[in-house]
Ligand binder design. Structure first.
Ligand code: ZN
Length: 292
C-alpha cells in the first residue's frame, strides 16, 4: 500500500458517513472488451479499514457494501463483512446494510433485515443503479410491498435509509420527491450526493426550505456534489440556519477521493460552527450516538 498514515491530519475532526467496504469483481463496463476495475477495492479487514481511516484522518465512519456491477447478489454478499467490521470497530465504525426493493431480491433482503439489530448497524442502504426506480408511482404491487417492509423496519428503529441519487433514470431526485412526500415525515431519508448532479442539486436547493420546514426528515451528504451547489446551500444555511443539522461530510471512497471532498467544505465561506456540524457533529447524532 502506497499510502501512509497522516501525522497531523487536516486540522479537523472528521467523520465520514459514506465509505464502501469490500472487494468488487472486475466487469466489462460500457464498451470495455476486458473486465476492468475502475476503483480500488474497499477495505476488507479491520486492519485495512483502520489504516484507511488513519491515512485520511477519519475518526469515525459509516461503512456500506461496495457495489457497482450488475449482479444483484454482489452487494448483499458484503453485509456480513459490514457487521463484522462494526463489531471490531470499537465504536468508531457504524454500518449500513444493503437491501433492495426489487422483488427478485426479496429473500436476500429478508436475510439482511435479520441483521439489523447487530451492534453498529445504523442504516439501510438502497440504490436504484442496479434496477428499479425511486418513484413509488411506478412500483408494482410486489415492489411496493417489499419497500414497505424495508421502510417499516427502518421506521421502527428510527434509522435512516441511505439512498443513492444521480441525475436521470431510476435514481433521479424527482422520483425521490414523491417517496419523501409519502414516507419522509416518519422515516429518515439520507440522500447521498446532495440530490445527484446539476439538475438534482438545483431541484433539491429549490425545495430545501420547504422540505425542512414542512417536517420532512431529509439529510444529505456532499460527496460528488458540484461546487456551485455546495457553496449555494452552505451559504444559505449559514445565513438562515435552516437545515444546519441535515448536512454531513462523506468521502465516498474508493469511488471519490477524500481530499477533494474535504476541501469543498473546508474552503467554504461559512461559520466554523457549521463546518464542525458538517464534518462530524451531525454525523455523531445521526449515526454514532448509539454506538459504544
Ligand atoms: Zn457511494
Amino acid at each position: 500500500m502506497h499510502e501512509t498514515p497522516l501525522t497531523i491530519a487536516f486540522g479537523r475532526k472528521v467523520f465520514s458517513v459514506h465509505n464502501h467496504v469490500g472487494h468488487l469483481d472486475p466487469w466489462p463496463f460500457y464498451e470495455s472488451e476486458e473486465p476492468i476495475s475502475p476503483a480500488d477495492p474497499g477495505p476488507a479487514t479491520n486492519e485495512e479499514l483502520d489504516y484507511f481511516m488513519k491515512c485520511r484522518g477519519i475518526e469515525k465512519t459509516l461503512i456500506i457494501p461496495n457495489y457497482g456491477i450488475p449482479v444483484q447478489a454482489q452487494p448483499f454478499s458484503h453485509n456480513e463483512l459490514v457487521v463484522k467490521l462494526c463489531r471490531q470497530g470499537g465504536g468508531n465504525v457504524a454500518g449500513a446494510l444493503w437491501v433492495s426493493g426489487l422483488p427478485q431480491n426479496s429473500e436476500r433482503t429478508q436475510v439482511a433485515l435479520a441483521l439489523m439489530d447487530e451492534p453498529g448497524i445504523s442504516a439501510l442502504k438502497m440504490s436504484y443503479l442496479l434496477g428499479g426506480t425511486a418513484d413509488p408511482r411506478k412500483w408494482d404491487e410486489a415492489t411496493t410491498k417489499l419497500h414497505e417492509t424495508i421502510f417499516q423496519a427502518a421506521i421502527e428503529r428510527d434509522i435512516p435509509i441511505h439512498f443513492h441519487t444521480s441525475p436521470g433514470g431510476g435514481s433521479d431526485i424527482t422520483g425521490f420527491f414523491e417517496l419523501i412526500k409519502r414516507w419522509g415525515k416518519e422515516m429518515k431519508i439520507h440522500l447521498v450526493h446532495m440530490g445527484g448532479g446539476v439538475s438534482g442539486h438545483i431541484r433539491l436547493l429549490s425545495q430545501w426550505k420547504d422540505l425542512i420546514e414542512g417536517g420532512y426528515r431529509i439529510y444529505i451528504d456532499t460527496s460528488w456534489a458540484i461546487g456551485f451547489a455546495v457553496r449555494k446551500l452552505l451559504q444559505e444555511v449559514d445565513r438562515t440556519g435552516i437545515g444546519a443539522d441535515r448536512i454531513m461530510f462523506g468521502c465516498d471512497e474508493p469511488w471519490s477521493d477524500y481530499e477533494s471532498e474535504f476541501w469543498k467544505i473546508q474552503d467554504a465561506r461559512i461559520s466554523d460552527e457549521i463546518k464542525e456540524r458538517i464534518f462530524w457533529g451531525n454525523a455523531q447524532e445521526m449515526y454514532f450516538n448509539k454506538l459504544a
